[in-house]
Structure formats: structure tokens, C-alpha cells
Design a binder for this molecule. Sequence first.
Ligand code: AMP
Ligand code: MG
Length: 349
Amino acid sequence: MRTKLYQIDKNRIDREKLREAGLLLLAGELVAFPTETVYGLGGNALDASASRKIYAAKGRPSDNPLIVHIADWDSLSKITAQIPEGAKKLADAYWPGPLTMIFPKSDLVPIETTGGLDSVAVRMPSHPVALELIRQGGGYVAAPSANTSGRPSPTEAKHVAEDLDGKIAMILDGGSVGIGLESTIVDFTEEIPTILRPGAINREMLREILGEVRLDPGLDAENEHIRPKAPGMRYKHYAPKAQLTIVEGSTEAVVQKINELTKEKTKAGKKVGIISTDETLDQYKRGIIKSIGSRREEETIAQHLYGILRDFDEEDVDCIYSESFETPKLGMAIMNRLLKAAGHQIIDV
Ligand code: AMP
Ligand code: MG
């Protein structure tokens, strides 16, 4: 299949191109598009065969459900069987935005879209290109991240092309995404609303609106025997090709340890990558050193996380050492992704 690539300026959307993209979705084809979190791989959520195509293009296990993206409030009641008060309040506060909520599903949603579950995950994104595509494409767009399953999520259109060129009908290139990490997922099928995946809407922001919010016990790396409730959080994910190790501790100790490890590995003939920050970049001596962003602006760290993992794949390094990023607002979401990318390999100094 030839994949059509369109550049779209999010401030001056070309409606003709979006109409063409919407028609592809209505015909059961797949279109990748920018959102404020990461690039999504869209298909008509109400069309079982489109959902099957999404799983096939990504190589995604078919029991890992898709998030349904909507563009207006009225669409929500058509695909859900029940909307609790708390969810309405959260939607008021954070939709459109990087928040996904899980509800009991209505019969309109095929089980191919929900990975066989009787619940459905729903999000209203804020990116203008995403919203226009959803409107033009029938109102319900199933969209996982637009990467090959197991690779870091795409934060630029070129990442999408790397993984999916030739496998999907169209890629809409709207430039770099804003946040760089997938949406927060809150499960409303539980008695107490439960965070299944941390994201830019953090626990504090949820508490402000809901009062009580639980964290899925399966997210805690210490509880290896408890499975995360979101099927997608169970798979090894976001992984770079090289073994990634996170080094934790005071900045000074971390820099020293990474320098030591890099020296050893380099002597043994290995190619080493280092994930540093703007603040520490010039304190490393050897290896391929990249800055992920600035600790003074934690948003920049989230934005560059997946891109830097892909860059190291291209450099073909043998191992990667990373600093740890327990930043105030996004730290939980960043570390959730980084720990998974590292297969929970951590050195404490
Ligand atoms: P992605 O589309 O790649 O951002 O991944 C979507 C995430 O949402 C995966 O971790 C899914 O397992 C999770 N998810 C989607 N729908 C449900 C659901 N009904 N119940 C639990 N988790 C879900
Ligand atoms: Mg994904």
C-alpha cells in the first residue's frame, strides 16, 4: 500500500485534506494523526474490521483494547452504558485534553475495538487536527499510539513513517506533539476511580476534582505478582533496542557512577549512550551523550523521552544509561515510561 503523507498546519487546517482523511476512515482505512499526547493510528471505532486492521498494522496483541476518540460531549452517551457524576466533573475540568476515562460500553462498540472487554476507554483530544479528523471521520476514532507494538511511541510524523509506512493509507504530519507521553487513564468501572496509567493529568489534579482516587496496585513495580488492570500496561513496552539502565541518587553521585560505568563499557569495546539533562550535559566524559531536556522545565523531559530512545536505536548503541527524573508534576508519568523502557533495571547510588 502506498501511504499518502500530508503536512497540516494546526493553526490553519486545510479542510479539503482533512475531508479526504475522514473519507478514508469512513471507508474502513487507517490514518495516523497528531494529538497533544503522541501520534495516534486512527480507524473507525464502530467498524470491527477497521479495528482488526489497527492490530495488524501495529503487530498489537488483539486483547489490548483501543481508546475511542470523540470530538463532542454528546458522542459519549452513545458509546457508554453509564456515566458516573465524577466522570462528568472530570470531563468538565480536563476535556478536551490528555485524559482517558473507562466506562461500561454500549452495544454500538464492537468487542474488536475493546479487546473483548465489556468496557470502553474514551478520550476527547484537544489537538485541532485530531478534532477535525474525528468530526470528518464519523465521530468515533479508535486510536492507539501510531508505532509498531513494543517500540517507543511516536512524537513526530517521521517516527510514524519509520514504523508504518506502506501499511496504512495516510499520515497527517502536524509537527511535534505537545506533551510527548500518552494520556492519563482513569477507570470509572471501579467503585473508587482508579488510575490505570499515569499521564500529564496527575494524581493531584484528579484529587482536586474527585476527592478520592486510587492508583492501580499493578502499576507498582514492587508488586510483581499483581497484574496491571490495563492490558497494555502488562506488555514490555516503549523499549529501545539496547539495554537501558536508570541510575538513581543525588545528581553528583549519578554523574560519577554513569561516567564510571561508561568508562568500563567503552574499554570493553561497547558503544554507550547517555541520557543527560541540559544541566549535566557537559559533566559526562565519554560515550554518546544526549540531553533529554531541562530539569527546570520538566515538560521538555516528557517531550523528548520517546524521541531520544529512538535516536539511540539509530545510533546502534549497545547500552544506555539514564539519569532519573522524579520531577514534581510529570515525574510519575515520566518514570512509569522510563522504568518500562528499562525493564525496571535500576542502579541506586
Ligand atoms: P494506547 O492506545 O497505545 O495509548 O494504549 C491504550 C491503553 O489503554 C492500553 O494500555 C490499554 O490496555 C488501555 N485500555 C484501553 N481500553 C481499556 C479498557 N476498557 N479497560 C482497561 N484498559 C484499557
Ligand atoms: Mg501505545
